[in-house]
Write a protein that binds this ligand. Structure first.
Ligand code: ZN
Length: 282
């Protein structure tokens, strides 16, 4: 199942067409994607039985908004791809390095981002969306806790991120618009191998990041197991799983986002999100 939010309503998407969940279920299912995530297996079972003619709304990608608009918790993982750890000057970590993006930064897939003062960088990431309340789940059953996968950008203002000793990441990664996700939620069964997806970022058409998610040091099930060993995970929680090599601040010379840039973040089998950057208002 592919689930998005179109003009404020949850929709099931098939190709270029969508079915409005509330209308097509004759009111039995809600329009709020957070409520659908609270009862995800019911949503999936219902969508599996939808007839083709229910998909009667053309999907305008620009009209899609965040498929998870109000996550309770947003986890993010640093240095989870060996080449990115190396370019950042670190040995591969032995434990996942976890920080948060504060949930207010979460936005939809097609946005315009006003650049704050500083050095704003890109990080394309696979995002796992939790589909049930989960505590202390084992790695072998952790995929069952995942409702869906989606594409995310862990936009990062590096001056704020690295300020202080020791540095603390979360504020520099939480400016307005710094957590775009989408275009839709894709259930793992839609993908040939959810552990091995091509992932890329393109800046003004040039590929700046490119890898496969199987390169992760801590794959999705291990991240879910380790996080849920510490605290409960809730439906709609987001896990940004780390970025491949090719971020701007490790380029020589470093490169940061500027007024007029267009960034496309793409993952095989899920889709792409697109951000435009504008100079901050003085
Ligand atoms: Zn990141």
């Amino acid at each position: 199942m592919r689930l998005g939010v179109l003009d404020g309503h949850a929709v099931v998407v098939s190709g270029d067409w969508a079915a409005n969940v509330q209308w097509a279920s004759q009111g039995r299912l809600p329009s709020d994607p957070m409520a659908l995530l609270d009862d995800w297996s019911r949503t999936r079972d219902w969508a599996a039985g939808l007839p083709g003619e229910a998909y009667d709304i053309p999907v305008d990608p620009i009209a899609l908004s965040a498929p998870v608009p109000r996550p309770r918790q947003v986890f993010a993982v640093a240095l989870n791809y060996p080449p990115h750890a190396a370019e950042a000057g670190f040995a591969p970590p032995e434990e996942p390095l976890v920080f948060t993006k504060f949930p207010a930064c979460v936005t939809g897939p097609h946005t315009s981002v006003a650049l704050p003062e500083g050095k704003v960088d890109w990080e394309v990431e696979l995002v796992a969306v939790i589909g049930r309340e989960t505590s202390r789940v084992g790695e072998d059953r952790a995929w069952e806790a995942v409702a869906a996968l989606t594409v995310g950008q862990d936009l990062s203002e590096r001056v704020t991120q690295l300020r202080g000793k020791p540095a603390q990441f979360s504020l520099g990664k939480s400016f307005p618009g710094f957590g775009p996700i989408g275009p839709v939620l894709v259930t793992p069964d839609e993908l040939d191998d959810p552990d091995d997806l091509e992932i890329a970022a393109l800046l003004n058409g040039e590929t700046v990041q490119h890898d496969r998610t199987k390169s992760m040091i801590f794959p999705v099930p291990e991240l879910i197991a380790r996080l849920s060993a510490v605290l409960p995970l809730f439906p709609g929680d987001l896990v940004f799983t780390g970025t491949p090599a090719g971020v701007g601040n490790r380029m020589n010379p470093p490169r940061y986002l500027t007024d007029g840039d267009e960034l496309i973040s793409r993952i095989e089998g899920i889709g792409e999100i697109r951000q435009y950057f504008t100079a901050a208002c003085p």
